[in-house]
Every structure is written in structure tokens, then in C-alpha cells.
Design a protein around this ligand. Structure first.
Ligand code: UD1
Ligand code: CA
Length: 421
């Protein structure tokens, strides 16, 4: 993609249907804010120069996006056309393309954005729309085409005639414009519609009336352009995103026994022939090797690096754990802030006591070590290679290589005690 493309993300609207104290756009979808996903999609399409239009609850949005984007202010929300007018200072004097995105459409694929810009450039179109064919187009703007199939304009649902409401091709709210002609057309928009708003969509007709070529790309996967207005849609889109990642993993050779209960967040790598049993969650920033076995009921948190042939079994939580090849954590354990060497066996009920109320500390376990069941490893603590920890131990001091450590009370048997009671 040309690197001079500018993206504008519209994020000033109110969004009351979420019923939240927070802005709709900072609600998290699958662990990441809606607005952040929208901006990242533009970035992944190769666009660096991004302007977010903010207004309603702008502080929250700015806190999420920080200095990854520039900001344009829209004090009063007078419509999408009015919103884009607020970015004039960033567009004036520039040539080329600008991509305009609705901030509440987070599932758009970067490839689709690239395709939109490429088609617009190749066909020398002044406006190129992303559209979709919906069985139920209620609420969306409808695409008006002439007999020859050329785009004539967009009519909002609220302004549409009964005949126009029958049209199934809808406006996704994602556009590629020629910068200079967009700026000219924006000046001509008037709020003479049912909502009394400045509609960005009117730009299409204005350009057509001037004889400027416009066009459209029809999206193949309709789920890409779903918007989020309430928590029901939030759940639906979360599910779509989850299934997308699961499907991608299966294509790369990961076995997933039950996609309905398998959660893999963004930025996770899993190697070939690794098996995911049901009810498992892997958070962002995790790497898992080949031939591993995960779950059922495992929780792999951020920062884990798990090598090949590792088993993370039932009711095991791992966090920032670096686990070398062939080691096993089969059941009921918490392993946080730790390094586990090769071919270790971490017994049932092992806990790394990594937090003293103030600081997090590290546990290091050498290769070929055996940790007996129900062991507490009070960090910071280091166990050398080939150590053996007796079951039920609370280990507070380092254990040298090749040693047995026992750290528990001795058993006393009081014979006859229970008979005479
Ligand atoms: C818009 C389109 C419609 C399209 C639909 C797709 C217009 C006039 N209509 O309608 O054709 O089918 O998106 O989802 O553009 N926003 C601002 N400032 C404003 C108004 C809106 O920043 O003054 C932002 C919102 O935060 C939102 C986006 O623009 O991210 C879209 O606004 P919204 O009110 O949801 O537009 P729709 O009525 O859905
Ligand atoms: Ca909308």
C-alpha cells in the first residue's frame, strides 16, 4: 500500500445503547478496546498517519490510543460529514487517498482495507465505498445504483422511500476518498434530511453530479463490517473474533477439540500438533511450541513461553512462565514468574509463591527436577538441575543440583491414641 495514505477514524459519537458509564468505544472486545482494534486494523493495512475524531468522552479514548494517532475535536456531534470536516487541518494541501472508518466497526480485515484503497487507485475513483449485501438491511444506508450498475448515491434508512428500503446493498461506513475532492465536496453538504445532520454519505452524490468517478468494493465476509451498539452485539462480535482465531490455529495445525470453549487472545503462537482440550484460555503474548498438550481447564496467562512437548494439564494456571522442552505440569498448580528447565515433573498442587504483597519474585527450576505434590516454592528461590523435592515441602531456600530437599514437619504416630479416646 502507498505509504502516503491517511486514515480517519470517527470516534466522537455518543452510543447510548451500551448502557455504560464509559464510552462505547473503550469497551473491550476479546480483551482489547473497540477503538484500539479499529486503529490497529488501519495500522496493519500499512497506514501510519491516522487521525481520530473525538468528542464525546474524548479523554477515555485518548487514554487508550495515546500518541499512536493525531486528534481532531468535534465538540458537537452534528453528523458523520461534520465529523470529517473537523479533520480539514490534517488534509489541506495534501494529495492522494484518505481512508475513512467508523470507529465502532472493529472486525474489518486489514486486507479488505488494502483492497479498497488499491481498487480506488487502480480505477481512478474519487470515492470508493465498502458495501455488503444483507438479508436484513434495516438501519443501514442503502446503495443507489443506476441500470448500468454505477453508484449514484447513498440514502439513509430514515430518509429512504419504501422502494429504496427494499435495496439489500448497504453502506459499511468505510470509504476511500481522493483528499482534494473530498475537501471540496464536504463544503457542499447540507443538513437537509430527517435527522438534520451533515451526512458524509452525501459526498457520493455531490461527486457524481460533478462527473467524478465513484465505485464500490462488495465485502465477501459480511461479519467484517458489523458494528457494535449494545452489549448483545458486543458478545456476537466477540464470538466471531474468537472463532476467527480458532479457525486460523486449526489451519496452522493445532488440534482444538471444542472450539466453543477454547479461547485464544491476540498475539498467540501455537506450534503444529499441539492439542487443545476443552475449557482452556490463552491470553495475549504467549508462545507455545509443537506437540504440547493443553487442558482441559487450563489458564495460560500473558508472557508465557512454552517449548515443545510440554503438558499443561487440568486446573493449572501459568503466568510469565518459561517452560523448556518435555516438562509437565499435569494438575492443580499455579506456576507464575518462573523458569522451568527441560523434562521436569511438577507434581500435583505445586504453587510458586511469587508475591509477598509488594513485589513479584522469580522461581527457577533446573533441568530434570522432580517436584513432589503439594509443594510451595517461596520465591525468590532457585532449584538446581536434577533436584528432588519431597511432597508437602515449603521451600524457602535454594536447593543445590542433584539434591533431595525435605521441608516439612516429621510425622509422629501416637499408638493407641484413638482407641482410648
Ligand atoms: C453510518 C452511515 C450509514 C452506514 C452506517 C454503517 C452516515 C450518514 N451514515 O450510519 O450509511 O450504513 O454508518 O455502520 O454516515 N460519529 C462522529 N460524529 C458524529 C456522528 C457520528 O464521530 O457527529 C461517529 C460515531 O462515533 C461512529 C460513526 O461516526 O463511530 C458512525 O456514526 P453512527 O451514528 O453510528 O452512523 P450510522 O447512523 O450508523
Ligand atoms: Ca453505527
Amino acid at each position: 500500500m502507498q505509504n502516503d495514505v491517511i486514515a480517519i477514524v470517527m470516534a466522537a459519537g455518543k452510543g447510548t445503547r451500551m448502557k455504560s458509564k464509559k464510552s462505547k468505544l473503550v469497551q473491550k472486545i476479546y480483551g482489547k478496546e473497540i477503538i484500539k482494534r479499529s486503529v490497529e486494523n488501519a495500522q496493519k493495512a500499512g497506514i501510519e498517519d491516522i487521525v481520530a475524531i473525538v468528542g464525546y468522552q474524548k479523554e477515555e479514548i485518548q487514554e487508550v490510543l495515546g500518541n499512536t494517532v493525531k486528534y481532531a475535536m468535534q465538540e458537537e456531534q452534528l453528523g458523520t460529514g461534520h465529523a470529517v470536516m473537523q479533520t480539514t487541518q490534517f488534509l489541506e494541501g495534501k494529495k492522494g487517498k484518505v481512508l475513512v472508518l467508523n470507529g465502532d466497526v472493529p472486525l474489518i480485515r486489514p486486507e479488505t482495507l488494502k483492497k479498497l484503497v488499491e481498487k480506488s487507485t487502480e480505477n481512478k475513483e474519487y470515492a470508493t465505498l465498502l458495501t455488503a449485501i444483507y438479508d436484513d438491511p434495516t438501519g443501514y444506508g442503502r446503495i443507489i445504483r443506476d441500470e448500468g450498475g454505477n453508484i449514484k448515491g447513498i440514502v439513509e434508512h430514515k430518509d429512504a422511500t419504501e422502494e429504496q428500503k427494499e435495496i439489500k446493498e448497504i453502506n459499511a461506513g468505510i470509504y476511500c476518498f481522493d483528499i482534494e475532492e473530498l475537501l471540496k465536496a464536504l463544503k457542499e453538504i447540507k443538513p437537509n434530511n430527517v435527522q438534520g445532520e451533515y451526512y458524509l454519505t452525501d459526498v457520493i452524490k455531490i461527486m457524481n453530479d460533478k462527473g467524478l468517478k465513484t465505485g464500490a468494493v462488495i465485502v465477501e465476509d459480511n461479519t467484517e463490517i458489523l458494528g457494535i451498539n449494545d452489549r448483545i452485539q458486543l458478545e456476537i462480535l466477540t464470538r466471531i473474533l474468537r472463532m476467527r482465531i480458532n479457525t486460523e490455529m486449526m489451519r496452522k495445525g493445532v488440534t482444538i477439540e471444542d472450539t466453543n470453549t477454547t479461547y485464544i487472545y491476540d498475539d498467540v503462537e501455537i506450534g503444529m500438533d499441539t492439542v487443545r482440550h476443552p475449557n482452556t484460555t490463552i491470553k495475549s503474548d504467549v508462545k507455545i511450541g509443537e506437540d504440547c498438550e493443553i487442558g482441559p481447564n487450563a489458564y495460560i496467562r500473558e508472557g508465557c513461553q512454552i517449548a515443545d512437548k510440554v503438558k499443561i494439564g487440568s486446573f493449572v494456571e501459568v503466568k510469565k512462565a518459561i517452560i523448556a522442552t518435555g516438562s509437565k505440569v499435569p494438575h492443580l498448580s499455579y506456576m507464575g514468574d518462573c523458569e522451568i528447565g527441560e523434562k521436569c515433573n511438577i507434581g500435583c498442587g505445586t504453587i510458586t509463591c511469587n508475591y509477598d504483597g509488594f513485589n513479584k519474585s522469580k522461581t527457577i527450576i533446573g533441568d530434570h527436577s522432580f517436584i513432589g505434590s503439594n509443594t510451595n516454592l517461596v520465591a525468590p528461590v532457585t532449584l538446581g538441575d536434577n533436584t528432588f523435592i519431597a511432597a508437602g515441602s515449603t521451600i524457602t531456600e535454594d536447593v543445590p543440583a542433584d539434591s533431595l530437599a525435605i521441608a516439612r514437619q516429621r510425622q509422629i504416630n501416637k499408638e493407641g491414641w484413638n482407641k482410648n479416646k
